[in-house]
Structure formats: C-alpha cells, structure tokens
Design a protein around this ligand. Structure first.
Ligand code: CAA
Length: 256
C-alpha cells in the first residue's frame, strides 16, 4: 500500500517504516500518524513479518509534533478530538519494533522512539523534550516514559529545560540500547530485526509482552505472569524444535 508521509519496505521478514516528510524534518502531523497507524496494522496482520524497524532520515528521526499544524489548536478542540491518543497505536504493537534513530528525535519524535521496544542510536542522534519552550509540555508519554528510562532527575531536567542529549549521554542514561556509526545504522537495525524475526514469533511476542509487564505491575505479579507464559511455552512446537535443534547441533526452523 502507498502512503503519503511514510515509506514501507519489506526486507525478508522485517517490515521497515521510514518517516518521510523531509521538508519538515519528519514533523508528526495528522496525516503521518494516520499513515503510520495504517502501516502498523498492515505489518501486524502480515504473518510473513516477524519484526518492525521504525526510522527517519539522516538528519531527523522526527523533530516532534507539527508545530505549524498545532499552532491554532484550541482547548475544547484537543479535548473533543482526543488529540494525541491516536499516537499511542505504536505502543500497542504486538510484534517487536526497533527504533533506528539518527539526527533529531525531539518532542513527539523522542516519544515515538520511546514507544518502540528498544532504540538503536546513530552517533549523530539527539534526543530531547523541548515542548516547554513552546509553552506546552510533552503530550505523548514523554513525562512518563522518559522518567522510566533515565530516572527522575534527568527526565525532570530534560523536560524543564528542553535541552537535548547526545547519543553518548542517551546510552549512558539507559535511553538507548546501543550507539552505531550513522552510516551503518540502518543495516545494523535490519540485521538485528532479522535475527529477531528468525526466532519463534509467538515466543518473541510473548517475551515483549512479559518485559513490558515489568512497567505495569508489581515484581511478584510480573514474575507470576512470566512463569505462566514460560510454562505454557512447553505446549509450543517451537519449544520442541528449538531444543531439538540445539541438541542436534543444527539451526532451529521455527513455525511461520
Ligand atoms: N513542526 C513543524 N515544522 C518543523 C518542526 C516541527 N516540529 N521542526 C522543524 N520543522 C520545519 C522548520 O519549520 C523548517 O521549515 P521551513 O524550511 O519551512 O522553515 C524545516 O523543518 C527545517 O527546520 P529548521 O530550519 O528549523 O532546521 P534546523 O536544522 O535549523 O533546526 C531543529 C533543527 C533544532 C530540530 C529545529 O527545527 C527545531 O527546534 N524544531 C522544533 C523541535 C520541537 O520543538 N519539537 C517539539 C514539538 S511539540 C511536540 O512534539 C508535542 C508533543 O509532545 C507531542
């Protein structure tokens, strides 16, 4: 399917979504979120896809919500239209999603990256929640997710000052999993995504669900959830295949 503001490619079992509004540094407007959500639906329904990569351009992952579009918004309008709730679709994606971030990931761009399962950052990446400079605050999870990633002190500083952090600081703070030279970012992200896509899709999705539980419940409840899912995995053909492949010293061939 063709989209106006994003490009969707399939690389083997990986679905690649590129944000594509170069004239606005991939600023997130209504059309882009509509396109992104439709692409997520499309790739989630496609059984041949095992992992997704979300990326932008060399200069910008995304420079935030589209300020030119938002400028005239009113309070009743944002409330009645439930502005921003539709952006959360990404965080409900059941298949694993990797954010490959080069350049600016600001405001809603940083928030979008944080909705992914992990962030691979180019050495050029810059993260920030500069909304306060516009007279608003982060509106798509920034005050909540950034705090969980980097802790209260740094999240508070970032949200109150609007300053950017570079890739090194982002890795040191736990916001990104790894830094990769910019020229290699996409290849590496696709390689990591392919490795995930070659696992059992059921187990990968259950693993994602279980890790995410750690944000939403107590440790004891999370451990109980993990144990039930782990025990149930012994009903999967993929468990038989994975363990037989190990013992037989051959690559596993999981169900597709
Ligand atoms: N919305 C709309 N347009 C944007 C944009 C945004 N968030 N960010 C950049 N652009 C546009 C610029 O207006 C400019 O367009 P024109 O050529 O038509 O003037 C074009 O993209 C290139 O931008 P710059 O000339 O500013 O590029 P730069 O390299 O000098 O600066 C930048 C880059 C530091 C990222 C700067 O563009 C910037 O500060 N952008 C805004 C960042 C921001 O405040 N983001 C938060 C938005 S609010 C939000 O996201 C709310 C939320 O929580 C959901």
């Amino acid at each position: 399917m063709a989209y106006e503001t994003i490009l969707v490619e399939r690389h083997d079992r990986v679905g690649l979504i590129r944000l594509n509004r170069p004239q606005a540094l991939n600023a997130l407007n209504r059309q882009l979120i509509t396109d992104l959500n439709a692409a997520l639906d499309e790739l989630e329904q496609d059984r041949s896809i095992g992992c997704l990569v979300l990326t932008g351009s060399e200069k910008a992952f995304a420079a935030g919500a589209d300020i030119k579009e938002m400028q005239g918004f009113t309070y009743p309008g944002t409330y009645l239209d439930d502005f921003i709730t539709s952006w959360e679709r990404l965080s409900r994606t059941r298949k694993p999603v990797i954010a490959a971030v080069a350049g600016f990931a600001l405001g809603g761009g940083c928030e979008l990256a944080m909705m992914c399962d992990f962030i691979l950052a180019a050495d050029t990446a810059k993260f920030g929640q500069p909304e306060i400079k516009l007279g608003v605050m982060p509106g798509s999870g920034g005050t909540q997710r950034l705090t969980r990633f980097v802790g209260k002190s740094k999240a508070m500083e970032m949200c109150l000052t609007g300053r950017m952090m570079d890739a090194v600081e982002a890795e040191r703070s736990g916001l990104v999993s790894r830094i990769i030279p910019a020229a290699e970012l996409l290849d590496e992200a696709l390689k990591v995504a392919k490795a995930i896509a070659d696992m059992s899709l059921t187990v990968a999705m259950q693993t994602k669900e279980s890790v995410n539980r750690s944000y939403e419940t107590t440790l004891a409840e999370g451990i109980r959830f993990e144990r039930r899912v782990f025990q149930a995995q012994f009903a999967l053909a993929d468990q038989k295949e994975g363990m037989a492949a190990f013992i037989g010293k051959r690559p596993a061939n999981f169900e597709r």
